[in-house]
Design a protein around this ligand. Structure first.
Ligand code: 13P
Length: 257
């Protein structure tokens, strides 16, 4: 059976003490998760190693919020896949809409980073999303599928199923976000699954993990997880608080039982 993935990116939040407090508080809950739930956490770069030392042996996957597509060299301010792996990361978040909107991340670069992650045995977690206008124009699925296809360009077929896709509508993320209804989210997830199936075959598409992110909270998590094509949740604000994250794990666990 496919695992239910429950994870959070801290974005640019927390210092060492707060990271330590969060990891200590969630440790018993992640340890108590059965094999059918896969917890993950994506701290800011400076705390990857610290969090990994605290949680890696408890079955939590640790990620980085970005990488450079190069292995090493004169790329001031960048962090390579080799370096994040060395700090304990096994996941790499790529193409979050905040990076696309504020830091010039392009689909082409997302693809380079996906290939670089796979080259180093890291799992790419690719974020894709439609804007409010795209939703209004009725082209959400087209926009998201385009991003997925470019992200997976030249990924060897045998590695496609190692890539995780997170559908995160831009209009749903953050303080101003309006959470997608479970129907809206499922509609786009199904469109992504069908596009993956058309491109790579049904067996690969069924294996792929598709996450939903954007204003997930303790009230909507259960219904989102009930959708056939939602394999897990990628959460911001609700999970920054350890209690919130532990509750989300409980909800996921109840689905997996
Ligand atoms: P929020 O859950 O705070 O809306 O953030 C979602 C997100 O961006 C996860 O990557």
């Amino acid at each position: 059976m496919k695992k239910v993935w429950i994870g959070t990116s801290w974005k640019m939040n927390k210092t060492s003490a707060a990271a330590d407090a969060w990891a200590s508080a969630v440790a018993p809950a992640v340890k108590a998760c059965s094999e059918s739930v896969q917890p993950f956490v994506i701290p800011s770069f400076p705390y990857i190693q610290q969090v990994s030392e605290q949680l890696n042996d408890k079955g939590v996957r640790i990620g980085s919020q970005n990488i450079c597509w190069q292995d090493e060299g004169a790329y001031t301010g960048e962090v390579s896949p080799i370096q994040v792996k060395d700090c304990g990361a096994t996941l790499v978040e790529i193409g979050h809409s905040e990076r696309r909107a504020m830091f010039g991340e392009t689909d082409e670069r997302v693809n380079k980073k996906v290939l670089a992650s796979l080259k180093h045995g890291l799992t790419p977690l690719v974020c894709v999303g439609d804007t409010h206008d795209e939703k209004r124009w009725g082209v959400s699925a087209e926009s998201v599928i385009r991003q997925v296809k470019i992200a997976l360009y030249e990924v060897p077929k045998e590695q496609v199923a190692d890539v995780i896709i997170a559908y995160e509508p831009v209009w749903a993320i953050g303080e101003q976000g309006i959470p997608a209804t479970s129907e809206e989210a499922e509609r786009v997830h199904l469109a992504i699954r069908n596009a993956l199936s058309a491109e790579f075959g049904s067996s690969i598409s069924q294996k792929m993990v598709l996450l939903y992110g954007g204003s997930v909270n303790l009230d909507n998590a259960s219904e989102l997880l009930d959708q056939a094509n939602i394999d897990g949740l990628f959460v911001g604000r609700t999970a920054w608080n350890a209690d919130g994250y532990c509750h989300l794990l409980e909800i996921a666990q109840s689905k997996a039982n």
